[in-house]
Ligand binder design. Structure first.
Ligand SMILES: *[C@@H]1O[C@H](CO)[C@@H](O)[C@H](O)[C@H]1NC(C)=O
Length: 349
């Protein structure tokens, strides 16, 4: 007889994971291995596609968080790659667990909700949703048992499969698998390009806070490449070395290496001397006004003079009481805030 431990189900806004209890009784279930998993859902209905995607599991001392995504295409994720990246057009829905229940023999069950995606919008305000109003079929219960992992899964002890049941009726509607693939939740790429003579931000002053270390703390496996380091400066009425946003956008598209968002989550960081619309740095094209793809890159202004407006007058935009010791200094010479700005603007949105 397996005793059941029920989680408190908290209603959170959609597209965020729900917290589940951290410590199921040790006799009933080992805790789920944190990191990225690959999930598959195959409905029993004839001709139904198999849905696939990542599942992300994290825990704190207070709670466990389980959420993921499902894609409806035919591209097979390779477990050796870690968290799967699948074609954007196949994005089908957001997955979250609302309850984790211990079973016997390393089994467990998950209450899962699949929220289908309704399509992107140019602007999403807080009252908008890009998701369906209800989870598919009102939510499922998936009863999982250890199973032998197909080849390629790196941890044969952490592969499970089982039936998907409609939570309200118990009707079996399909099969579900989940196999652990990586300690990282997501993997991303960053390409850095600079104008001639600009420094490449790689670390803080101490050298211990790097792109790798900062992103690893958030569960991201980041790979950083330095691309073109002699990007020409466009002519700009403000002066030599200045880029406006459209010129930044053109530089990203013109000078970056080949980029395929259906296979990689990539971001571009453009290092220029001065920016027209902002002093230190800014995301380029947040509203997709140039080529229909928003936020492909970001720029920072390495020769910004600290405490000044873009036109050189004393700062009135940020209204920051800059310490006298840094006012007027070249931004890239203040390694820590400059690297911090690069990381801040370079967060993959
Ligand atoms: C995949 O799901 C999306 C979002 O619901 C939909 O627009 C698209 O037509 C689906 N594609 C296939 C191959 O089913």
């Amino acid at each position: 007889m397996v005793s059941l431990l029920f989680a408190l189900t908290t209603l959170l806004s959609l597209a965020s994971a729900i917290s589940l209890p951290p410590n199921l009784h040790s006799r009933q279930a080992t805790s789920l291995k944190p990191g990225a998993w690959i999930i598959t859902y195959t409905p029993n209905a004839a001709n139904s596609p198999t849905y696939r995607g990542p599942l992300r599991i994290t825990s704190t001392s207070d709670a466990t968080f389980i959420s993921g995504d499902l894609y409806n295409g035919t591209v097979q994720p390779n477990p050796a790659d870690g968290s799967p990246i699948l074609p954007r057009n196949n994005y089908w829905g957001f997955v979250r667990a609302t309850k984790l229940t211990a079973g016997s023999n390393r089994g467990f069950s998950l209450n899962l909700e699949f929220w289908t995606f309704g399509g992107f919008r140019q602007t999403v305000r807080y009252w908008d949703t890009i998701w369906a109003g209800q989870p598919v079929d009102g939510g499922y219960i998936v009863e999982l048992s250890p199973a032998s992992a197909p080849s390629g899964y790196p941890d044969t002890q952490n592969y499970f499969e089982g039936n998907v049941k409609i939570a309200s009726s118990g009707a079996v509607v399909g099969k579900f698998t989940m196999g652990w693939v990586s300690t990282y939740l997501r993997r991303i790429k960053l390409e850095i390009g600079t104008v001639s003579g600009a420094k490449v931000p790689q670390a803080d002053t101490s050298g211990t806070r790097t792109w790798k270390s900062v992103f690893a703390e958030a569960g991201y496996d980041i790979s950083v490449t330095v691309g073109k380091t002699d990007i020409p400066e466009p002519s700009n009425t403000v002066g030599a070395g200045w880029f406006n946003e459209e010129q930044e956008h053109d530089a990203v598209l013109t000078y970056r290496g080949p980029t395929d968002y259906d296979k990689e989550w990539k971001y571009y960081l453009l290092i220029v001397r001065h920016m027209v619309e902002s002093s230190r740095g800014a995301m380029i094209d947040p509203t997709r006004k140039y080529n229909g793809i928003p936020r492909e890159g970001t720029a920072i202004a390495s020769e910004w003079r600290v405490g000044t407006n873009p036109d050189g007058t004393p700062d009135t935009i940020d209204n920051v009481p800059w310490p006298a010791s840094v006012v007027g200094k070249k931004f890239e010479d203040l390694q820590d805030p400059w690297f911090r700005t690069a990381v801040h603007e370079g967060e993959v949105p």
